[in-house]
Design a binder for this molecule. Structure first.
Ligand code: PMP
Ligand code: GLU
Length: 404
């Protein structure tokens, strides 16, 4: 050391807010399968939910052009005006939601948009209702804000959907927010419009707020119509924060672009959070997002059709395995089969599956159910077929217990 000052290594104590907060398991599993692949192992990866398609060319070109004409400076905290105008137009025409550009924040992925809104709304001790199975980052975001996640278990018999009565019973004086995702990660199920309307009635009557995570809205395959809960009336609109992004529909995961739209005061609060953390999303990347919204939507449909075909193959494959049951997903690119009959916990199950058969799936425990595992089928059909074959072979080796 140049100064010659010596001391014992420092004792590092992380902030208490990190107590019990797990790193993202979805990202960890993907990192693990990438590392195995780098060692030459033939891994069938069903880890993180990330489209295997590349970003459509016109979107890339728009960002390249923006970079070349010098869009390389700080931008408005909430996002460039043109992009917020385009998002407002999209939300009005496609979702029946009328937001002003001032009610929209562009952030570093839907993930950060959610985080900013939660930081802006949740006080220490406030309760946030999260239906389970849930996307694993929701409870951790609430905890990071000092709030209390209240996990509301949805029954598998009701296709992992909560009922209005269940929601009503979970709401207390401390409830601030409810977080809904439809289509859902990790189950892929969707609420039909009348089911959403029934939940909206409870939210309005009990006067709480709702975050509607609509990141998978364009990836729907069945008969269920996708609806934005905020479009179901003025009272629910006034209590809704709509979250969406570009990662899934436009295969733009690495770009880190998402947004939140909601009551002006909430978005302004989220902008304060963003002004002291991110400042703004990479300026030239925002022009890519603009092209995504304003350009040809053909590639979205091509990807949707590919996912639709994969859904059939993976769901049929899983259901044909003795001992495995699996709710049929309506959208997104996940399936959430039950492994209850194997008697193994989901972490042990996934570790053994990866070690013995080189198939990477995510333990259901991270999503609030230890009796399930999650497959992301955002991968090619050949990998899906091979992965299911290996999965079936693995399950066959386990003693199957009756779950009845
Ligand atoms: N919401 C849900 C339900 C998700 O699955 C994800 C992860 N893909 C996100 C939000 C965040 O997506 P991103 O930050 O890439 O926009
Ligand atoms: N949301 C995706 C998933 O659930 C990507 C990883 C993450 O952000 O958690 O796999």
């Amino acid at each position: 050391m140049a100064s010659g000052v010596r001391g014992a290594p420092p004792q590092i104590h992380l902030a208490e807010r990190l107590n019990g907060i797990a790193p993202s398991m979805t990202l960890a599993i993907s990192a693990r399968s990438r590392a195995l692949r780098a060692q030459g192992v033939d891994v069938c990866g069903f880890g993180a939910g990330e489209p295997d398609f590349d970003t459509p060319e016109h979107i890339k070109q728009a960002a390249i052009a923006a970079l070349q004409r010098g869009e390389t400076k700080y931008a408005t905290v909430a996002g460039i005006e043109k992009l917020r105008v385009a998002i407002a137009k999209k939300l009005a025409t496609e979702n029946g939601l009328s937001y002003e550009p001032g009610q929209i924040q562009v952030s570093g992925g839907a993930k950060q948009a959610l985080y900013n809104v939660i930081m802006a709304l949740v006080n220490p001790g406030d309760e946030v209702i999260i239906p389970a199975p849930y996307w694993l980052s929701y409870p951790e975001m609430v905890r990071l804000a000092g709030g209390k996640p209240v996990i509301l278990n949805a029954s598998e018999a009701n296709r992992f959907k909560i009922t209005p009565d269940e929601l009503d019973r979970a709401i207390t004086r401390r409830t601030r927010l409810v977080i809904l995702a439809s289509p859902s990660n990790p189950t892929g199920v969707m609420y039909a419009p009348d089911e959403l309307a029934a939940l909206a009635r409870v939210i309005v009557e009990r006067d709480v707020l709702v975050i509607s995570d609509e990141i998978y809205e364009k990836l729907v395959y069945g008969d269920v119509v996708q609806r934005s809960i905020g479009s179901l009336g003025d009272d629910i609109f006034a209590r809704t924060i709509t979250v969406n992004g570009f990662s899934k529909a436009y295969a733009m995961t690495g770009w880190r672009l998402g947004y939140a739209a909601g009551p002006r005061a909430i978005i302004e609060g989220a902008n304060v959070v963003q002004s002291h953390s991110l400042s703004n999303v990479t300026t030239f990347a925002q022009y890519g997002a603009l092209a995504a919204l304003e350009g040809d939507q053909g590639p979205v449909e091509v990807m949707r059709q590919a996912f639709a075909e994969r859904r059939e193959v993976i769901h049929r494959g899983l259901r044909s395995i003795p001992g495995i049951t699996c709710v049929r997903p309506d959208g997104a690119f996940y399936v959430f089969p039950s492994i209850a009959s194997t008697g193994l916990g989901s972490i042990a199950f996934c570790e053994r599956l990866l070690e013995e058969e080189h198939v990477a799936v995510v333990p259901g425990q991270s999503f609030g159910s230890d009796e399930h595992v999650r497959f992301s089928y955002a991968t090619d059909l050949a990998t899906i077929e091979k992965g299911i074959e290996r999965f079936a072979r693995f399950v066959k080796r386990l003693p199957i217990h009756s779950t009845i």
